[in-house]
Design a protein around this ligand. Structure first.
Ligand code: CDP
Length: 235
């Protein structure tokens, strides 16, 4: 059995917290954490898209912006977009798009802003979880929630929800980071982004492990959303 520094079992996620309605001025917002990794997401829209030539008369457009805050990492992160933040914004957009139905809102944009307050690996997946809840909170028509986490590997053992220490583990076959996003209650994946090496049979096993992990994440997301519905009805 694989031994993890944190004492977690191979298939054990870090402690999760989730809260909806954390930014009153946004149309929808949420905060989601995996252990020391904390992501906050705010949704604005649907609102008219400018410049006009970017508008789609047949549908609304989903636009995602992800970034790390300067103080979220141990070395101060230089403010402003980077190649990494552009890539993560793009894959997050692709991970969320399949469940978002904004065809009834032509010429508009739904802006999703994701900021990482504290980073300890798995920031794109925590961001996707927060954004998915924030979109639901904003009342954007959705076919389901997206639940996401990353699988890693210690030698030949798969581990769920890698922290930074585990992600940096480079002995044996080198570091492996396999972020996965799944549509709740389905077998449909919206993100599979393997960084490192993994044998085909381990990819299959990773997807099996993702079933349980995504189900656990989904439960946390659902109860955070229910809390706001059952609360004072405030958005
Ligand atoms: O965060 P995620 O695992 O989705 O993406 P990554 O690019 O694989 O980054 C892994 C981790 O490296 C982040 O979660 C941060 O903890 C750390 N990192 C950092 O310390 N400074 C950066 N400029 C970027 C990432």
């Amino acid at each position: 059995m694989v031994k993890r520094i944190s004492g977690r079992k191979a298939d054990e996620l870090r402690e999760m917290t989730a809260k909806v309605g954390v930014i009153p001025n946004a149309d929808g917002s949420a905060i989601f954490s995996f252990g020391e990794t904390i992501a906050i997401a705010a949704v604005y829209g649907p609102r008219q898209l400018h410049p006009q030539h970017m508008q789609d008369p047949s549908s609304g457009i989903l636009r995602v912006n992800y970034d790390l805050l300067s103080f979220s990492v141990s070395d101060r992160k230089r403010p402003g977009p980077s190649r990494r933040s552009r890539e993560i914004s793009k894959v997050t957009e692709m991970a969320l798009k399949p469940v978002v139905d904004i065809s009834e809102f032509p010429n508009t944009v739904v802006d999703v802003q994701i900021y990482i307050i504290q980073a300890d690996a798995g920031t794109r997946t925590a961001g996707i979880n927060a954004a998915s809840m924030a979109l639901a909170h904003a009342g954007i028509p959705m076919k389901g929630l997206i639940s996401s986490f990353a699988i890693g590997k210690i030698d030949k053992d798969l581990i769920v929800d890698v922290d930074k220490y585990e992600e940096d583990y480079k002995e044996g076959e080198g570091a492996t980071d396999f972020p996965i996003a799944k549509i709740s209650g389905t077998e449909n994946y919206t993100l599979l982004q393997l960084d490192g090496k993994m044998q085909p049979e381990l990819v299959k096993k990773s997807l099996d492990m993702a079933d349980k992990a995504c189900e656990e994440i989904y439960e946390i997301q659902k109860s955070a959303l229910k809390e706001i519905i059952n609360g004072d009805g405030e958005k």
